[in-house]
Design a protein. Structure first.
Length: 202
């Protein structure tokens, strides 16, 4: 039986209430403490290390595996928030955000992606990555991890946020046996609630 470790990046250095996806945001000063917690649940058996190229993921992968080649994949980046990148959720006009909030799975963010766009590119990449033998680690983002977990559990995308609560620095172990994928949470320490919509959205 082989294992795939999904690792979400540590807390990003961005104010709460800011919309960000593919913006290349660095991490908070708590990075080393958070990384130490992650390191305790990652085994030495990992053969390959894959990562989003964004610094909040790449920095963690390089810190935990300084002697390994890190394979970077653009397809493992967070959802593209297009024209909303680094804007306050509360400052995005209602006529822009209301259609997306009504169907975020299928409707794209202006100049960016929809959730189904993210899901399809991520799982195409995931399928290629896991075709190799041996244990591996994937350093990535919350939306990417939810897309992968939704795929392997056949969870409808609208339900994925409620089913998969993934805090910064969480580690999920996916096991592969007889072509069946299962998952278990190894580390998921609660962090301050994240903002993914304007305050008037409830």
């Amino acid at each position: 039986m082989r294992s795939i470790y999904l690792v979400r990046h540590t807390a990003p250095a961005v104010s709460r209430g800011i919309c960000y996806g593919q913006s290349d945001i660095d991490v908070m000063e708590s990075f080393y403490d958070e990384a130490h917690i992650i390191q305790k649940v990652l085994p030495s058996s990992i053969k390959e290390v894959h990562s989003s190229p964004l610094i909040r993921c790449k920095k963690l992968a390089e810190h935990l595996f300084p002697d390994r080649d890190i394979f970077l994949h653009d397809a493992l980046m967070e959802i593209n928030c297009g024209q909303w990148e680094l804007r306050s959720w509360n400052e995005i006009p209602k006529n822009e955000i209301d259609p997306w909030m009504s169907d975020f799975v299928r409707i794209s963010i202006p100049g960016g992606e929809s959730y189904i766009d993210l899901y399809e590119r991520v799982n195409h990449c995931f399928s290629r990555i896991i075709s190799a033998n041996g244990d591996l680690a994937i350093f990535t983002h919350g939306g990417v991890s939810r897309s992968i977990l939704s795929h392997i559990t056949k969870t409808p995308l609208p339900d994925s946020f409620n089913r998969f609560s993934l805090h910064y620095g969480c580690v999920v172990r996916i096991t592969s046996s007889d072509e069946e994928l299962r998952y278990e949470m190894l580390s998921n320490i609660p962090t301050p609630k994240e903002t993914h919509k304007p305050s008037y959205g409830g």
